[in-house]
Design a protein. Structure first.
Length: 754
């Protein structure tokens, strides 16, 4: 199976989205399709042996809409982005022109119709403005030029034996227009209480104008929902300074090739992903990873395209360009998430499937009932038009996708990549969060946490001993040796060469440094060598109790110090875990380490339930066990051995600093590796679902209350009918209100619960 994303054109409401979705699903070879009305996209899973994107697009074209595959290669193509923007701007400009024309003519017609509406003679309104022929001349271009799209789309739908929002608008306004032709051409044809019937040109014109105004406002608001994508794409550098044939050449970013050597100076954006080969610097990666502090980089370190070089100059070799860059992958994931459909939207989809035909049936019944009860064509027409106009399914179709678009975009801004709307929705239901220990709660590499010397820190004794030990250890490839060397460098120790270096398997290392015999290793080895360890025995006992690995340092066969080495807890882990617990979530630790070490880390971070000594193949079974307890479980991990557990969990969260396999198996990726990202992801999910529920509530209540009122249910009690003009205004602004509510998510900020 393969996936493709399609850009759709021509949809005007949720019913249109349902028609497109049904058309794509009818193509032989299509396994699954999800059409997002708000994003104007379709995500399609298909069998390439049976169909292809071109055939799928043809199926969309056949039902009166258009579709075009979104190519990965065009992800960062400026021309493509400009074309998209220009098309949207052109559509908005056309709408603005039509709204202005419709607005001016609406004002003239409404003023001319005031005597009819109020039943009063208004002296300051000239008689010629009452003339039905003038109103016909003014109304016709508004109806058939400004409102042409409604009639064209309604006709297309009719040919497909379907009905959409355009069908409702076209029938309603055309009914008012055609009814008004009779009093214009045949003044005595319709009468009420012996008087000629009134004309309703102004109702048709105002309805068209208000709906166009609503569509204009909706388009502009929908444009803001994809702001996150534009921000991400805008991060990329436009040019790169490439060294070719020994010369520095500035070239467009699209021309950079894998393997190119690129020079970056202070303050410049890094053009593409790569590896530093010369020089060093600190780099601000906040825009991509969410990490607030600049990161020090040196030869051998990776750099990410679109991040900002702060201090030094360096050269790096491009390793990923174009669609393969880290930023391009982020944009692709966000686009996929914004085009996906959340389970909560299924109810709205089911409703829109029968909504428009049901409204037409209600409108017909309304006309028949009022005409038979009152014997008044005018009243029957007003209520019928009101029902057709007010029953817009747009708000229902926009309720979920607009919130999902803003929510997933906001996640990307906070360093959280959400692969689909289903994951975003499910995260708010989580009850248990399972954390892998190594690389998730902890740094994932041995770090010196304690350093104690016999002579203390007097006269620089501690730094000197550290220099001697690290000078020997740097000749070893053991992970503990790397921890000692890194610690020495961080303390400012200058290392020297060691002579007669020797590594004793399972015991330690030894060698001469500055004519002193240095031995570094285990407590057992020290005893075997006959070296007295009693001076630091108490410290050794304490570090052992804390589950740390302890190495001894002897100079000229006398113990001078010990080091406690552990996989240090990430600075953010304690606060993040505490916040998760205060949010009502159970936090569980899962690790392959021994029980003693696991319990020590668990106590440090405040976790009460621990699964230790769990083999990689058992991790998924542990998650399944928690699920069997009736819990909705999230798994957070970073390693290859975490991938099965990530896939088993209801929501898999991968640490972005981990392996590609773990990230591929997850539903949500935390780019920075900071556990605060879990808190943010869950809080964002809760905020998004709350926003969707608000939208759905208003959309349903609007239609449930609006249709009966438009049908005249209040008339027997209050003698009041809903004007079709008010119905048009209400319909137009219902969609705008839903999108505006969704845009409130842009103000989302993660909270730390104290």
């Amino acid at each position: 199976m393969e996936n493709t994303n399609l850009k759709l054109r021509g949809m005007s409401c949720a019913s249109c989205a349902k028609i497109v979705e049904d058309a794509i699903n009818s193509v032989r070879g299509v396994n699954e399709c999800s059409v997002n009305f708000g994003a104007e996209q379709a995500t399609v899973t298909y069998d390439p042996r049976k169909t292809n994107p071109e055939a799928i697009c043809d199926a969309v074209d056949a039902v009166g809409y258009s579709a075009q595959p979104i190519q990965d290669d065009d992800l960062f193509t400026a021309d493509d982005d400009d074309t998209e923007q220009q098309a949207r701007q052109a559509e908005n400009r056309a709408l603005v022109r039509k709204v202005w024309v419709g607005g001016i003519i609406s004002a003239i017609l409404v003023i001319g119709s005031l005597p009819m509406m109020t039943g009063l003679s208004i002296p300051f309104i000239p008689m010629w403005m009452h003339n039905p022929w003038l109103q016909l001349v003014l109304a016709t271009p508004v109806l058939f030029w400004c409102g042409s799209s409604f009639f064209i789309n309604a006709w297309k739908a009719l040919k497909r034996h379907a009905a959409t929002m355009d069908t409702l608008v076209a029938i309603g306004t055309l009914a008012a227009y055609l009814y008004s032709l009779f009093p214009t051409f045949l003044p005595g044809f319709f009468t009420h209480q012996g008087l000629p019937a009134d004309v309703y040109y102004e109702a048709a014109v105002v309805i068209i104008t208000l709906i166009l105004l609503g569509r204009l406002l909706e388009n502009r608001a929908k444009g803001q929902t994809s702001e996150a994508i534009r921000k991400l794409m805008g991060l990329q550098a436009k040019t790169a300074r490439v060294i070719r044939d020994g010369k520095e050449v500035d070239i467009p970013i699209a021309q950079v090739m894998k393997g190119d050597v690129i020079l970056v100076r202070p303050g410049e954006k890094i053009p593409v992903d790569g590896e530093i080969i010369d020089g060093s610097s600190t780099i601000d990666e906040a825009m991509v990873t969410g990490e607030s502090l600049p990161v020090k980089k040196q030869p051998g370190d990776e750099v990410i395209g679109a991040t900002i070089n702060k201090t030094g100059s360096f050269k790096f070799r491009a390793t990923r360009v174009g669609k393969d860059t880290f930023l391009a992958q982020i944009v692709k994931l966000v686009q996929q998430a914004q085009g996906s459909k959340a389970p909560i939207q299924r109810l709205a989809d089911q409703v829109t499937g029968w909504f428009v035909p049901a409204v037409i049936a209600i409108a017909i019944a309304t006309f028949i009932i009022w005409y038979n009860v009152m014997g008044n064509v005018t009243m029957a027409l007003i209520t019928t038009v009101g029902v057709l106009i007010i029953a817009c399914p747009c708000a229902l179709g926009l309720a979920t996708p607009t919130s999902i678009m803003v929510g997933t975009g906001k996640g990307a801004e906070n360093g959280i990549l959400i692969k689909g709307a289903e994951s975003l929705e499910l995260a708010h239901k989580l009850q248990t969060v399972v954390l892998d220990k190594t690389g998730t709660i902890t740094q994932g590499k041995p770090t010196v946490t304690d350093f104690v010397t016999v002579k203390g820190t007097a006269n620089g004794n501690e730094l000197n001993l550290l220099r001697l030990a690290a000078s020997v250890e740097r000749n070893s490839e053991h992970p503990l040796a790397e921890a000692v060397v890194n610690y020495a460098k961080s303390q400012g120790g200058e290392l020297t060469d060691a002579q007669e270096f020797e590594a004793i398997a399972g015991s330690g290392v030894q060698g001469y440094v500055s004519n002193q015999w240095i031995q570094i290793g285990t407590h057992r080895w020290m005893n075997e060598l006959g070296i007295d360890t009693s001076a630091l025995q108490e410290h050794w006992d304490r570090l052992e109790y804390l589950g740390k690995t302890v190495i001894w340092i002897a100079v000229n066969s006398k113990v001078q110090g010990i080091m406690g080495i552990a996989d240090a807890v990430k600075p953010s882990s304690v606060n993040a875990i505490r916040t998760l617990q205060k949010m009502g979530l159970e936090v569980v630790m899962l690790t392959g380490d021994n029980h003693r070490t696991a319990e020590v880390i668990a106590r440090e971070v405040g976790i009460k339930r621990v699964f230790a000594e769990v083999r990689p193949e058992q991790k998924a079974e542990t998650v399944e066990k928690l699920q069997s307890e009736g819990k909705i479980v999230a798994m957070v991990g970073d390693g290859i051995n975490d991938a099965p557990a990530l896939a088993q969990a209801d929501v898999g969260m991968a640490i972005g600093t981990g392996t590609d396999v773990a990230i591929a198996a997850s539903d949500i990726t935390l780019i920075s590796g900071d556990l605060q990202g879990i808190v943010t992801a869950i809080q964002l999910s809760r905020a998004t679902i709350r926003n969707i529920r608000q939208n759905l509530f208003f959309a349903f209540i609007y239609n449930v209350a609006g249709i009966p009122i438009a049908a005249g249910i209040l008339f027997p009690f209050f003698g009041w009918l809903l004007s079709p003009i008010i119905a048009g205004a209400a319909m137009a602004f219902s969609s705008v209100s839903v999108v505006t509510n969704a845009l409130r998510l842009r103000n989302f900020q993660p909270k730390t619960i104290g």
